[in-house]
Write a protein that binds this ligand. Structure first.
Ligand code: CA
Length: 231
């Protein structure tokens, strides 16, 4: 059996702390909690946790400051767990290097799924050569897409966009991250070009583009592609 992965939970609300600790313990993780930003920063350095869950509303420091300080020296996966549902805050946290976020209240499965995804993307193992979920299959080597066994044809840009999302399946990518990666730094904030291409992709791969099964919109934040069942 593998050694249990240690998760550092930085959260000042004691009842949330004990709820999350019990949930993670049940799922096979070791949990250490910090009730303040300062305590969290010092434990992050001394414990070298495998992942950090960070609340943005802390008593002694702004959660964004904690995030910035952590990112100045560490690549540890960080998931924001926040009561705040403001889109700008989510985007700001992701742009500062958070891996993902979960908004309180959340379903237990939601949190554990996000943790698994963040840990997997951080492991640095060779990325999966095939994305396969429901009826969609993407072969990254051959650059071929099948839907229900039939070949789907995408433009060059559409393919780059879909494969970027598929390589990051399960995690949210902000509009700006995507624009930068596909169209370069000068395309930032040009959401229109992204929306048009996404609409075209959805027309080709989604049964009902208004209720997508593969590429989900995180309103005001970005897109998240359904988990790769192929691992
Ligand atoms: Ca709080």
């Amino acid at each position: 059996m593998n050694a249990r992965i240690r998760i550092l939970l930085i959260e000042d609300d004691k009842s949330t702390c004990s709820y999350i600790s019990a949930l993670l313990d049940k799922n096979g993780y070791n949990v250490t909690t910090a009730l303040t930003g300062r305590e969290g920063l010092s434990l992050a350095a001394s414990l070298c946790p495998g992942l950090i869950l960070l609340d943005l509303g802390l008593p002694d420091m702004d959660g964004f400051q904690v995030l910035e300080q952590l990112r100045s020296w560490s690549h540890v996966p960080i998931i924001i767990v926040s009561a705040c549902n403001e889109e700008q805050d989510k985007v700001a946290a992701l742009d500062l290097g958070a891996d993902d976020y979960v908004t309180k209240p959340f379903y237990p499965n939601e949190l554990t799924a996000r943790i698994r995804t963040a840990l997997r993307h951080n492991r640095g193992s060779a990325p999966s050569q095939i994305y396969r979920t429901l009826n969609l299959e993407i072969d990254f080597d051959k650059r071929i897409i099948h839907l229900e066994g039939r070949r789907i044809h995408l433009t060059q840009i559409e393919y780059q966009l879909l494969s970027l999302l598929a390589e990051n399946a399960g995690r949210v990518l902000t509009y700006n991250m995507i624009l930068r990666r596909i169209w370069g730094p000068y395309a930032e904030k040009n959401n229109q070009i992204l929306r048009v291409n996404m609409a075209n992709i959805r027309r080709k791969i989604e049964k009902n583009p208004a209720q997508p099964q593969y590429v989900f919109t995180e309103v005001g934040v970005g897109y998240r592609m359904r988990e790769n069942e192929n691992g």
